[in-house]
Design a binder for this molecule. Sequence first.
Ligand code: NAG
Ligand code: NAG
Ligand code: NAG
Length: 401
Amino acid sequence: MRMAKLGTLGRSGFIRKTNDSMRFILTTFVGFLIGFLIGLSFPSVSITKLQFPSSIVSYVEDKSSGIKTQALLNHALTSTHKNNSKSGSTSTTKIYVPTNPKGAERLAPEIIVPESDFYPRRLWGNPNEDLPIQQKYLVTFTVGYEQKNSINDAVKKFSENFTILLFHYDGRTTEWDEFEWSKRAIHVSTRKQTKWWYAKRFLHPDIVAPYEYIFIWDEDLGVEHFNAEEYVKLVKKHGLEISQPGLEPNNGLTWQMTKRRGDREVHKDTEERPGWCSDPHLPPCAAFVEIMAPVFSRSAWRCVWHMIQNDLVHGWGLDFALRKCVEPAHEKIGVVDSQWIVHKVVPSLGNQGQSENGKAPWEGVRERCRKEWGMFQTRLADAEKAYYQKMGITPANATSV
Ligand SMILES: *[C@@H]1O[C@H](CO)[C@@H](O)[C@H](O)[C@H]1NC(C)=O
Ligand SMILES: *[C@@H]1O[C@H](CO)[C@@H](O)[C@H](O)[C@H]1NC(C)=O
Ligand SMILES: *[C@@H]1O[C@H](CO)[C@@H](O)[C@H](O)[C@H]1NC(C)=O
C-alpha cells in the first residue's frame, strides 16, 4: 500500500520539469524501488510514523525538481521525530472527539480548520504576512463577457474592502484581464449556469465565513448612484440582515417594495395594489427584496444557502421565502433608498436556453422559471407541514410563498 503511494508521489513530483525521458524513467524506477524497500521493512505502519533514513531525504532534495515530494517527506519526518519512543502505544491514545465537525472526529481539534475564504496567497514568504488586507465583504457577479463594460463600472463602486468573485456563464475568463481589477478577482467558470446554481456550489457559508456581507448580484445593474461602502454603513445603521438597493422606477420594476424612495435612507414596507397583501408585514408589502441584487449578512446567508435547492436554478420564489431566515423579518429586511441602482433588463443568460418545439430559447427559460417557482412553493409548504406533523402541532395556516 504505502510503497505504491510513495512511488506515485515521487513520479508526479518529478514529472513537471524533467525533459529527459530516460532520466524520468530511471527516477521513477528508483522511486518505486525505494518505496518497495520501505514497504518491506515497515509493512503496515502509516506515513506519520515512518522514520525516513536521512539519506532518502537528501536524495529527494538533490533532485530539486521534486518540491512536492520533498515537502511531504520533510513533513512526515518532523512529525515522526517528535516522540518515536511512544509510537507503540498509539492504540491507547487514539483521538476521538465527538464535538469535532462530523466526519473529522479522529483529528485533534486544534488542527481542524472548518472554514475558508477567498484570499489569494503568495507561494513564498511567511504565510502570516501574505494578506495586506483581509476583505470583510464579498461581491459576486454572474457575468458574460458581453456585459463587461457594465461590470467594469459596477466593480469600481466596490472598494478594496471587497473580494470580487465573478461567475462566468459563457466560458470567457481570460479576456477580463484587460481590466486591472480582474487580476485580483476570483474567477469561476461553468457554462450556462445561473446565479443561484453558482451560489449553491461556491458560496457555502463555511467558505464565505470571513465576510460580514455578501452581495450576490446580476450583471445588468446601473450603479451610477451607488457606493458599496456607503451602502454597508446604512445596512449596519438600520439593522438590515437582508437588503437591496432601491430601484429606479423604469420598465424593470415589478414590485412597489423595491422602488426607490427619494426622501429617505431606507424603507422596510410599502403599499401594493389592492388585494396583493393579506398582511402588511408579509411579502410583497414587507419582509421582501428581489433576487436580482440581494445583500445578505453572514448569518442570514448561512440560513438562505440551506434553503436554495440544487435543481431549482432560477431562484424564483426564493425572494418570497427569504423572510423565513430572519426574525422579525419585517424589521430586518429592507431596501436602501439613498444608494440606488437601475435595473437595465438586458436579456443575457435568458437567451442561452435551447429552442424546443419551435419556441424561442428565452420562452423555454421563462417557462422553467415559472415551473420552478411552483415546485419551490410546494416543497416549502410540504416541508413545513411535515415538520408540524412530526412535532404534533396543528399547523398555522399554510405559508404562502
Ligand atoms: C516525548 O516523550 C517524553 C516522555 O515520554 C516527554 O517528556 C516529551 O515531552 C515528549 N516530547 C514531545 C515532543 O512530545
Ligand atoms: C476599508 O475598511 C477600512 C477599515 O474598516 C476603512 O478604514 C477604510 O476607509 C475602508 N476603505 C474605503 C475605501 O472605504
Ligand atoms: C385556517 O384557516 C381556516 C379557514 O381559512 C380558519 O377557519 C382557521 O381558523 C385558520 N386556522 C388558523 C390556525 O389560523
